[in-house]
Each structure stands twice: as C-alpha cells, then as structure tokens.
Design a protein around this ligand. Structure first.
Ligand SMILES: C[S@@+](CC[C@H](N)C(=O)[O-])C[C@H]1O[C@@H](n2cnc3c(N)ncnc32)[C@H](O)[C@@H]1O
Length: 211
C-alpha cells in the first residue's frame, strides 16, 4: 500500500475487528496454555495485526520472538492480506525455549526461527538484506533499542514499517524519529527530505513508515 494512503479510521476498525474476533479468542486461549509471561498483550497484538494487514509486508523481522505471540499476529496479518510468499524471521537468544512454539500450525509456514543474539544476526549479515517490516521486542534498554532502530531502518525498503513494542519504557523511539525529520522555517516537515511519512504511538506500540 502506498504509505500516503494510510486511512486511520480503517486501521482503527481493523484493530477493533481483531480484538473482538475469533482469532483473538483462539490466541488468548493458546497464550494461557502455551505462552510465556513476556507474551505480548491483546491491544498491542491487535494493532500489530492491523498494521500488517494494511501494509502487506512480504519480508519481516521480529527481534525477541520468544514463543511467538506477536509472531502469530504478524503471520495472521500476512495470511489475511493475501501475502503468499512472505517470510517472518524470529530472532531470539534464549535457547531454553522453542522459538515460535505457540504459533498455530496453519500459519507457521512462513516463520523462520533465528536463534541467537540480534547483534550477531546483524554482524554476520544473517537474514534478508532488504525488509518490509521490522518489530523490536527484545531488550528494552535505551541504547539497545536505538541501536536496533538505526540498523534495521537501513534495511527497510521505502514504504516499509519500523514497529517497536514497549516505547513507554524509555525515549529511544521518539529520539530516533526526531532524527528522521527535516523542517522548514515554519516547523512543517519537508516532503522528500523527511525520511518517514507517518508515525504514531498507540498503547505501548510505536510505528513509523519509511518515506
Ligand atoms: C518481551 S519478550 C518478547 C515477547 C514476544 N515478542 C511475544 O509477543 O511473544 C523479549 C524476548 O527478547 C529476547 N531477547 C532479549 N534480548 C535479546 C537479544 N539481544 N537478541 C535476541 N533476543 C533477545 C528475550 O530472551 C525474550 O524472549
């Protein structure tokens, strides 16, 4: 979808449909049985789904995939948007768990478990060179979050999305966004020079669309 056409009302409607629909009920039951204490909550998963459904990314990376609550909603968004050749790389450094184990079988096909530290993932140039969607959900320390934003932003294609969970924990997300602006004398952002087209924070999730 061309980023300029983002319709906020439609996005909100998709969030509400997910929140009250059968897939959410199924995932809440799975979370109870198979999830971890770190699994993403209902509101943030609904928005994550709506963003994927709207922007239809093919190649996605999630850091901090854990047992796969957020991954399930990304995969469901790809599926419902008709993305048939998608891939979701789930980076996770805790090898005591089975990465993505709570993802429903019918959605699991495009999931690529990627064990290891995200820093090694970048250093060794693992995973795709160009991506359409990035979700940060690993360690929520300012320096680490900012580092992920900076590196994965470079891999994002124009029109791609950078999404961060837990943007309430420090100012790394807003600090990163502020670096992507160019303003005119009146404070209006300059199209063609500002590196994003949209950004927002809803609940604990922040997102920005690359120009
Ligand atoms: C909040 S949990 C993620 C929850 C998951 N996204 C979900 O919704 O089910 C954070 C995860 O990040 C992992 N993690 C933390 N730092 C990491 C790093 N540097 N590289 C890879 N994984 C990391 C942790 O082991 C933990 O499983």
């Amino acid at each position: 979808m061309p980023a300029q056409e983002l319709n906020w009302f439609t996005l909100m409607q998709t969030v509400m449909e997910m929140k009250t629909g059968p897939f959410m009920a199924q995932m809440l039951e799975r979370k109870e049985r198979l999830g971890s204490k770190s699994s993403m909550g209902q509101m943030d998963c609904s928005l994550l789904y709506a963003l994927v459904r709207t922007f239809r990314p093919r190649i996605a990376v999630e850091t901090g995939a854990n047992v796969g609550m957020a991954s399930s909603f990304i995969l469901k968004g790809m599926h419902d948007a008709g993305v048939t050749d998608g891939k979701l790389y789930g980076v996770e450094y805790d090898t005591t768990m089975q990465i993505g184990s709570m993802i429903p079988d019918e959605l699991r096909g495009p999931f690529v478990p990627s064990p290891g530290n995200v820093r090694g993932f970048m250093r060794e140039q693992l995973g795709p060179g160009a991506i359409d969607f990035f979700l940060h959900d690993s360690m929520h320390r300012y320096k680490h979050q900012y580092w992920e934003f900076k590196h994965f932003w470079k891999r994002l294609r124009p029109g791609g999305l950078l999404v961060s969970h837990d943007v309430n924990m420090n100012a790394s997300f807003v600090d990163f966004i502020s670096k992507t602006y160019t303003h005119d004398w009146g404070g209006v952002s300059v199209e063609g020079k500002t590196q994003h087209t949209h950004w927002a924070r809803w609940g604990n999730l922040g997102f920005m669309v690359k120009a």
